[in-house]
Design a protein around this ligand. Structure first.
Ligand SMILES: NC(=O)c1ccc[n+]([C@@H]2O[C@H](COP(=O)([O-])OP(=O)(O)OC[C@H]3O[C@@H](n4cnc5c(N)ncnc54)[C@H](OP(=O)(O)O)[C@@H]3O)[C@@H](O)[C@H]2O)c1
Length: 300
Protein backbone atom coordinates (compact mmCIF):
# COMPACT_ATOMS: atom_id res chain seq x y z
CA UNK A 1 0.00 0.00 0.00
CA UNK A 2 2.79 2.35 1.11
CA UNK A 3 4.77 1.45 -2.06
CA UNK A 4 1.75 2.19 -4.24
CA UNK A 5 1.31 5.63 -2.63
CA UNK A 6 5.02 6.45 -3.11
CA UNK A 7 4.84 5.30 -6.74
CA UNK A 8 1.84 7.64 -7.32
CA UNK A 9 3.64 10.57 -5.65
CA UNK A 10 6.68 9.95 -7.83
CA UNK A 11 4.51 9.86 -10.94
CA UNK A 12 2.87 13.16 -9.94
CA UNK A 13 6.26 14.82 -9.41
CA UNK A 14 7.54 13.42 -12.71
CA UNK A 15 4.42 14.63 -14.48
CA UNK A 16 4.86 18.05 -12.88
CA UNK A 17 8.47 18.29 -14.07
CA UNK A 18 7.53 17.08 -17.53
CA UNK A 19 4.73 19.69 -17.67
CA UNK A 20 7.01 22.52 -16.56
CA UNK A 21 9.69 21.30 -19.01
CA UNK A 22 7.18 21.29 -21.83
CA UNK A 23 5.94 24.77 -20.95
CA UNK A 24 9.52 26.01 -20.82
CA UNK A 25 10.40 24.39 -24.15
CA UNK A 26 7.26 25.88 -25.65
CA UNK A 27 8.21 29.33 -24.42
CA UNK A 28 11.77 28.92 -25.61
CA UNK A 29 10.34 28.29 -29.06
CA UNK A 30 7.58 30.82 -28.69
CA UNK A 31 9.70 33.78 -27.59
CA UNK A 32 11.98 33.87 -30.67
CA UNK A 33 8.91 33.33 -32.85
CA UNK A 34 7.03 36.25 -31.24
CA UNK A 35 10.19 38.38 -31.47
CA UNK A 36 10.65 37.58 -35.17
CA UNK A 37 6.98 38.35 -35.86
CA UNK A 38 7.29 41.69 -34.03
CA UNK A 39 10.32 42.62 -36.13
CA UNK A 40 8.50 41.71 -39.33
CA UNK A 41 5.39 43.57 -38.22
CA UNK A 42 7.28 46.75 -37.42
CA UNK A 43 9.81 46.57 -40.23
CA UNK A 44 9.86 49.83 -42.11
CA UNK A 45 8.43 49.30 -45.59
CA UNK A 46 10.17 51.56 -48.05
CA UNK A 47 7.71 51.02 -50.88
CA UNK A 48 4.37 52.70 -51.65
CA UNK A 49 4.99 55.63 -49.31
CA UNK A 50 4.55 59.31 -50.03
CA UNK A 51 7.72 61.06 -48.89
CA UNK A 52 8.53 64.75 -48.47
CA UNK A 53 12.24 65.65 -48.50
CA UNK A 54 13.39 69.15 -47.65
CA UNK A 55 16.40 70.25 -49.69
CA UNK A 56 16.17 67.64 -52.42
CA UNK A 57 18.08 69.38 -55.21
CA UNK A 58 21.61 68.28 -54.36
CA UNK A 59 23.75 66.07 -52.10
CA UNK A 60 21.93 63.72 -49.73
CA UNK A 61 18.47 65.04 -50.58
CA UNK A 62 18.93 64.37 -54.30
CA UNK A 63 20.31 60.89 -53.58
CA UNK A 64 17.41 60.16 -51.19
CA UNK A 65 14.98 61.28 -53.93
CA UNK A 66 16.62 59.06 -56.55
CA UNK A 67 16.74 55.93 -54.36
CA UNK A 68 13.30 56.32 -52.83
CA UNK A 69 11.70 56.89 -56.24
CA UNK A 70 13.44 53.78 -57.59
CA UNK A 71 12.06 51.80 -54.65
CA UNK A 72 8.51 52.69 -55.69
CA UNK A 73 7.59 55.68 -53.53
CA UNK A 74 6.01 59.01 -54.42
CA UNK A 75 8.69 61.60 -53.71
CA UNK A 76 8.22 65.33 -53.19
CA UNK A 77 11.23 67.61 -52.77
CA UNK A 78 11.70 71.21 -51.72
CA UNK A 79 14.42 73.82 -52.12
CA UNK A 80 14.75 77.59 -52.35
CA UNK A 81 16.15 77.82 -55.83
CA UNK A 82 13.54 77.24 -58.57
CA UNK A 83 16.08 76.63 -61.34
CA UNK A 84 17.78 73.91 -59.22
CA UNK A 85 14.34 72.38 -58.67
CA UNK A 86 13.63 72.44 -62.43
CA UNK A 87 17.00 70.85 -63.11
CA UNK A 88 16.24 68.07 -60.60
CA UNK A 89 12.84 67.51 -62.23
CA UNK A 90 14.65 67.00 -65.56
CA UNK A 91 16.99 64.46 -63.93
CA UNK A 92 14.24 62.67 -61.98
CA UNK A 93 10.96 63.26 -63.88
CA UNK A 94 8.95 61.23 -61.34
CA UNK A 95 9.79 63.61 -58.49
CA UNK A 96 7.39 66.43 -57.51
CA UNK A 97 8.91 69.83 -56.76
CA UNK A 98 7.90 72.68 -54.45
CA UNK A 99 9.80 75.88 -53.91
CA UNK A 100 9.91 76.44 -50.16
CA UNK A 101 12.35 77.84 -47.61
CA UNK A 102 12.43 75.91 -44.29
CA UNK A 103 13.63 78.96 -42.44
CA UNK A 104 10.36 80.78 -43.20
CA UNK A 105 7.36 79.70 -41.06
CA UNK A 106 4.86 81.21 -43.55
CA UNK A 107 6.43 79.20 -46.37
CA UNK A 108 6.07 76.03 -44.26
CA UNK A 109 2.36 76.72 -43.73
CA UNK A 110 1.86 77.25 -47.50
CA UNK A 111 3.87 74.10 -48.29
CA UNK A 112 1.74 72.08 -45.88
CA UNK A 113 -1.52 73.23 -47.49
CA UNK A 114 -0.33 72.55 -51.04
CA UNK A 115 1.31 69.21 -50.31
CA UNK A 116 -1.58 67.81 -48.26
CA UNK A 117 -4.09 68.89 -50.91
CA UNK A 118 -2.17 67.15 -53.70
CA UNK A 119 -0.69 64.28 -51.69
CA UNK A 120 -3.05 63.39 -48.84
CA UNK A 121 -1.23 60.05 -48.47
CA UNK A 122 1.97 61.76 -47.30
CA UNK A 123 3.39 59.59 -44.51
CA UNK A 124 7.16 60.20 -44.34
CA UNK A 125 8.99 63.47 -43.70
CA UNK A 126 12.75 63.76 -44.22
CA UNK A 127 14.21 66.91 -42.66
CA UNK A 128 17.34 67.15 -44.74
CA UNK A 129 17.77 70.81 -45.84
CA UNK A 130 20.78 72.38 -44.22
CA UNK A 131 23.54 74.90 -44.55
CA UNK A 132 27.05 75.04 -43.09
CA UNK A 133 29.20 78.14 -42.99
CA UNK A 134 32.66 78.91 -41.72
CA UNK A 135 32.17 81.68 -39.20
CA UNK A 136 34.86 83.77 -37.59
CA UNK A 137 33.22 85.09 -34.44
CA UNK A 138 35.69 88.01 -34.43
CA UNK A 139 34.33 89.24 -37.76
CA UNK A 140 32.29 92.42 -37.07
CA UNK A 141 30.51 92.15 -40.44
CA UNK A 142 28.54 89.12 -39.22
CA UNK A 143 25.48 90.98 -37.92
CA UNK A 144 22.86 89.87 -35.42
CA UNK A 145 20.46 88.75 -38.13
CA UNK A 146 23.05 86.83 -40.09
CA UNK A 147 24.73 85.04 -37.19
CA UNK A 148 21.72 82.79 -36.52
CA UNK A 149 20.93 81.84 -40.13
CA UNK A 150 21.92 78.18 -39.67
CA UNK A 151 19.78 77.98 -36.53
CA UNK A 152 16.77 79.08 -38.59
CA UNK A 153 17.46 76.56 -41.38
CA UNK A 154 19.01 73.54 -39.61
CA UNK A 155 17.23 73.63 -36.25
CA UNK A 156 14.11 75.80 -36.35
CA UNK A 157 13.34 74.47 -39.86
CA UNK A 158 12.95 70.79 -38.84
CA UNK A 159 11.21 71.71 -35.56
CA UNK A 160 8.62 73.79 -37.43
CA UNK A 161 8.21 71.18 -40.18
CA UNK A 162 7.47 68.51 -37.58
CA UNK A 163 5.06 70.79 -35.71
CA UNK A 164 3.23 71.55 -38.95
CA UNK A 165 3.03 68.00 -40.32
CA UNK A 166 2.66 66.04 -37.06
CA UNK A 167 -1.18 66.05 -36.82
CA UNK A 168 -1.35 64.80 -40.42
CA UNK A 169 1.31 62.09 -39.90
CA UNK A 170 -0.61 60.86 -36.86
CA UNK A 171 -3.57 60.03 -39.08
CA UNK A 172 -1.47 57.55 -41.10
CA UNK A 173 -1.30 53.85 -40.29
CA UNK A 174 2.47 53.89 -40.63
CA UNK A 175 4.58 57.05 -40.66
CA UNK A 176 8.13 58.22 -40.09
CA UNK A 177 10.20 61.32 -39.47
CA UNK A 178 13.88 61.23 -40.44
CA UNK A 179 16.07 64.06 -39.17
CA UNK A 180 19.50 64.53 -40.71
CA UNK A 181 22.04 65.53 -38.07
CA UNK A 182 25.80 65.14 -38.31
CA UNK A 183 28.91 63.71 -36.71
CA UNK A 184 29.32 67.36 -35.65
CA UNK A 185 26.36 66.87 -33.33
CA UNK A 186 28.76 64.73 -31.28
CA UNK A 187 31.73 67.10 -31.13
CA UNK A 188 31.98 70.87 -31.65
CA UNK A 189 33.67 72.10 -34.84
CA UNK A 190 35.08 75.53 -33.97
CA UNK A 191 35.40 76.66 -37.63
CA UNK A 192 31.58 76.39 -37.85
CA UNK A 193 30.42 77.18 -34.32
CA UNK A 194 26.77 77.78 -35.17
CA UNK A 195 26.44 74.74 -37.45
CA UNK A 196 27.70 72.37 -34.73
CA UNK A 197 25.31 73.93 -32.23
CA UNK A 198 22.35 73.39 -34.60
CA UNK A 199 23.17 69.72 -35.16
CA UNK A 200 23.69 69.04 -31.43
CA UNK A 201 20.35 70.78 -30.82
CA UNK A 202 18.58 68.81 -33.54
CA UNK A 203 19.96 65.55 -32.10
CA UNK A 204 18.62 66.43 -28.66
CA UNK A 205 15.23 67.45 -30.10
CA UNK A 206 15.05 64.23 -32.14
CA UNK A 207 15.62 62.10 -29.04
CA UNK A 208 12.88 63.94 -27.15
CA UNK A 209 10.54 63.68 -30.15
CA UNK A 210 11.09 59.91 -30.28
CA UNK A 211 10.08 59.62 -26.62
CA UNK A 212 6.99 61.80 -27.06
CA UNK A 213 5.87 59.83 -30.14
CA UNK A 214 6.53 56.44 -28.56
CA UNK A 215 2.86 55.50 -28.38
CA UNK A 216 2.06 56.70 -31.90
CA UNK A 217 2.39 55.17 -35.36
CA UNK A 218 5.29 57.53 -36.17
CA UNK A 219 8.85 56.22 -36.07
CA UNK A 220 11.55 58.80 -35.44
CA UNK A 221 14.94 58.26 -37.07
CA UNK A 222 18.19 60.20 -36.90
CA UNK A 223 20.80 60.03 -39.64
CA UNK A 224 24.12 61.01 -38.06
CA UNK A 225 25.97 61.74 -41.28
CA UNK A 226 29.77 61.80 -41.54
CA UNK A 227 31.64 64.25 -43.81
CA UNK A 228 30.54 63.52 -47.36
CA UNK A 229 31.27 64.68 -50.86
CA UNK A 230 28.56 67.31 -51.40
CA UNK A 231 28.49 71.03 -52.17
CA UNK A 232 27.93 71.73 -48.45
CA UNK A 233 31.58 71.28 -47.67
CA UNK A 234 33.16 72.72 -50.82
CA UNK A 235 34.25 75.74 -48.83
CA UNK A 236 36.37 73.56 -46.51
CA UNK A 237 38.36 71.89 -49.29
CA UNK A 238 41.27 74.37 -49.02
CA UNK A 239 41.55 74.10 -45.25
CA UNK A 240 44.92 72.85 -43.98
CA UNK A 241 44.65 69.15 -43.13
CA UNK A 242 41.52 68.64 -45.25
CA UNK A 243 41.56 65.12 -46.64
CA UNK A 244 39.14 64.57 -49.52
CA UNK A 245 39.78 60.82 -49.32
CA UNK A 246 37.92 60.69 -46.01
CA UNK A 247 34.73 62.02 -47.59
CA UNK A 248 31.96 59.50 -48.07
CA UNK A 249 30.13 59.38 -51.40
CA UNK A 250 26.45 60.40 -50.97
CA UNK A 251 25.27 57.32 -52.92
CA UNK A 252 27.00 54.98 -50.44
CA UNK A 253 25.79 57.00 -47.46
CA UNK A 254 22.17 56.92 -48.59
CA UNK A 255 22.44 53.21 -49.40
CA UNK A 256 23.53 52.50 -45.80
CA UNK A 257 20.79 54.82 -44.52
CA UNK A 258 18.05 53.07 -46.48
CA UNK A 259 19.21 49.69 -45.18
CA UNK A 260 19.20 51.13 -41.65
CA UNK A 261 15.67 52.50 -42.07
CA UNK A 262 14.45 49.13 -43.32
CA UNK A 263 15.97 47.47 -40.24
CA UNK A 264 14.41 50.00 -37.89
CA UNK A 265 17.76 51.38 -36.73
CA UNK A 266 16.53 54.56 -35.10
CA UNK A 267 20.04 56.05 -35.06
CA UNK A 268 22.02 55.46 -38.24
CA UNK A 269 25.80 56.06 -38.18
CA UNK A 270 27.30 55.51 -41.65
CA UNK A 271 31.09 55.31 -42.12
CA UNK A 272 33.20 57.51 -39.84
CA UNK A 273 30.17 58.64 -37.82
CA UNK A 274 30.33 55.41 -35.77
CA UNK A 275 34.01 56.07 -34.89
CA UNK A 276 33.11 59.65 -33.94
CA UNK A 277 30.42 58.34 -31.59
CA UNK A 278 32.91 56.05 -29.83
CA UNK A 279 35.59 58.77 -29.64
CA UNK A 280 33.11 61.34 -28.35
CA UNK A 281 32.37 58.98 -25.46
CA UNK A 282 35.84 57.75 -24.56
CA UNK A 283 38.05 60.73 -25.50
CA UNK A 284 35.92 63.88 -25.97
CA UNK A 285 38.77 66.31 -25.18
CA UNK A 286 41.12 64.63 -27.65
CA UNK A 287 38.41 64.75 -30.30
CA UNK A 288 37.77 68.46 -29.72
CA UNK A 289 41.50 69.09 -30.03
CA UNK A 290 41.45 67.45 -33.46
CA UNK A 291 38.44 69.42 -34.71
CA UNK A 292 39.97 72.66 -33.32
CA UNK A 293 43.22 72.47 -35.27
CA UNK A 294 42.42 74.89 -38.12
CA UNK A 295 41.07 77.57 -35.76
CA UNK A 296 43.98 77.04 -33.33
CA UNK A 297 46.43 77.54 -36.24
CA UNK A 298 44.59 80.66 -37.43
CA UNK A 299 44.65 82.38 -34.05
CA UNK A 300 48.20 81.29 -33.10
N1 LIG B 1 27.85 66.90 -46.65
C1 LIG B 1 28.26 66.61 -45.44
O1 LIG B 1 29.46 66.38 -45.20
C2 LIG B 1 27.25 66.50 -44.33
C3 LIG B 1 27.66 65.85 -43.16
C4 LIG B 1 26.76 65.74 -42.12
C5 LIG B 1 25.47 66.23 -42.25
N2 LIG B 1 25.11 66.85 -43.39
C6 LIG B 1 23.74 67.37 -43.46
O2 LIG B 1 23.07 66.76 -44.54
C7 LIG B 1 22.04 67.61 -45.01
C8 LIG B 1 22.15 67.74 -46.51
O3 LIG B 1 23.37 68.38 -46.81
P1 LIG B 1 24.17 68.14 -48.18
O4 LIG B 1 25.55 67.84 -47.81
O5 LIG B 1 23.43 67.24 -49.06
O6 LIG B 1 24.15 69.65 -48.71
P2 LIG B 1 23.88 70.29 -50.15
O7 LIG B 1 24.42 69.43 -51.24
O8 LIG B 1 24.39 71.69 -50.04
O9 LIG B 1 22.28 70.30 -50.25
C9 LIG B 1 21.51 71.11 -49.42
C10 LIG B 1 20.09 71.11 -49.92
O10 LIG B 1 19.28 71.85 -49.00
C11 LIG B 1 18.60 72.88 -49.70
N3 LIG B 1 18.41 74.00 -48.77
C12 LIG B 1 19.36 74.73 -48.16
N4 LIG B 1 18.79 75.68 -47.39
C13 LIG B 1 17.45 75.53 -47.51
C14 LIG B 1 16.32 76.19 -46.98
N5 LIG B 1 16.45 77.25 -46.17
N6 LIG B 1 15.10 75.75 -47.33
C15 LIG B 1 14.93 74.69 -48.16
N7 LIG B 1 15.96 74.04 -48.71
C16 LIG B 1 17.20 74.44 -48.39
C17 LIG B 1 19.48 73.19 -50.91
O11 LIG B 1 18.76 73.79 -51.98
P3 LIG B 1 18.61 75.40 -52.13
O12 LIG B 1 19.96 75.97 -51.86
O13 LIG B 1 18.11 75.63 -53.51
O14 LIG B 1 17.61 75.82 -51.11
C18 LIG B 1 19.91 71.77 -51.28
O15 LIG B 1 18.90 71.14 -52.00
C19 LIG B 1 22.21 68.92 -44.26
O16 LIG B 1 21.29 68.97 -43.19
C20 LIG B 1 23.62 68.85 -43.73
O17 LIG B 1 23.80 69.61 -42.57
C21 LIG B 1 25.96 67.00 -44.44
Amino acid sequence: MEDERKEKELQTVQFGFAYIGLMFANRMLLFPLIFALQILKHKMELRNNTILITGGTSGFGLEFARRLTDLGNIVIITGRNQSKLNETKKQLPGVHIFQSDVSDPKAIAVLYKEVILRFPELNILINNAGEMRKINLHDPSVDLQNITREIEINLMGPIRMVQQFLPHLKTKKSAAIINVTSGLALVPFPSSPIYGATKAGLRSYTQSLRVQLKRTNIKVFELIAPAANTSLIDKFKNEPGFNAKLLMEPAKLIDITIKGLMKNQYEIYPGMARALLVMSRIAPKFLLKQTSKSVENAIA
